[in-house]
Design a protein around this ligand. Sequence first.
Ligand code: GLN
Length: 475
Amino acid sequence: MKTISQLVAGFVAGTYTPTQAVADYLQTIKQRDPEIHAFLATYQAEAVACAEAATAAYAADTYTDQPLLGVPLAIKNNILIKDHVATGASKILEHYTAIYDATIIERLRAAGAIFIGSTNMDEFAMGGSTENSAFGPTQNPHDLSRVPGGSSGGSAAAVAAGMAPAAIGTDTGGSVRQPASYCGLVGHKPTYGAVSRYGLMAMGSSLDQAGPLTHSVADAKLLHDVMSGLDPMDGTTIATDTYPKVLTKATYTFGVPRSFMADGVDPDVLEAFDQHIASLEAAGHTVVDIELPLFEQGLAAYYIVMPAEVSSNLARYDGIRYGHSADGKDLLEVYEQSRAQGLGAEVKRRILLGTHVLSSGYYDAYYGKAEIVRRKMRQELAQAFTTVDLIVMPTAPTPAFKQGEQADPLSMYRQDIFTVPVNLTGVPAISFPMGTVEREGTPLPVGVQYIAPHAGDERLFDAGVKIYDTSLSTK
Ligand code: GLN
């Protein structure tokens, strides 16, 4: 399967054209998506027209500064693309059409990208398997009986099945990195504020970031460089000097939080992880054990902070302003019926939980405490980064699980143990494949996660290119 860099090299050399590329991806979608269901919609006519324009621009050499010219991308359906239906995989927005481009879409478009379709996801990005979509689940291309991960499962499955060279997802607690791990891809969660949230459906505003799902770390960097940067429409975006510069190095010191990984990690995943650690040492990097005791509280803090923000953000879906509106004898009944009919079970569970932890009498006991834990976690992490350059751990405790296997929401939440501390602290992280583990005779990919200090995205890309991309070229 081609990377973005390979596609663009072919376009520039004239050995392949955007028109051919779009036709090839649309053909693969036609063949494979009926069983995978990665896409909620494809934008066939528009993609073909954009591809023709890009092909003409390459032929006439009339393009400048368009690093993604003619590159098809799949976009998670909680990211607004003007004049296209944006559902967030929720019934309540089934017929909602976006009236503007998200900032990241505007930037990708200006860089020459072509949007080939919108991808399935857990409703409003709440979940870790894409089983919470109101429009039916997505299957993992490596084993159709398994989940692709979530909530950006459609984006991950689209890339893993060769239906797009790369995709964009969003990551509130792991939703780019965990599906990357389950589908054998690279997934990047940027430093909080590096990428504008304008035009993204808000889930947990202090946690959400959009990031790429790609075949190589170099491709992830390419997409991140296009999408990131200050945006007047999002006051939380950061400038290049907001945080101290994080340098790249020839070799890195990696910290492994061993005791954090002591419980509940699949033995095969641990074995793949230990092999990865051995390969780091063999390549001249230093690996030391570190302690991150508060990270173990991350899951508990996340499942208080996130639903609190969800309950507030989703108040806007009231049957008046957006989407589905039910009849009622008065305004209250319109609200109640629209939300009762339009929102799914997991979304309702989180709204209830969030409303509870924010209610008077419980606010200090739950929300206030979780925010304190979060602040302490940041201090703990800052301390760790005085001795190590990067933190390394598995992205998820298991490989992709079977559809329906994690029916208990709490066991599903436990899959997020290694990813949520990153969102709570706002630092960047990247996941890429560290090998496979076998289940019922099928090799399933598993990912390793590197975590860097705030604004250390470049360090992640540098380490990832050295350690992962070089292994790709020898395959
Ligand atoms: N699995 C996590 C959750 O359910 C992460 C979701 C996300 O990152 N959007 O909240």
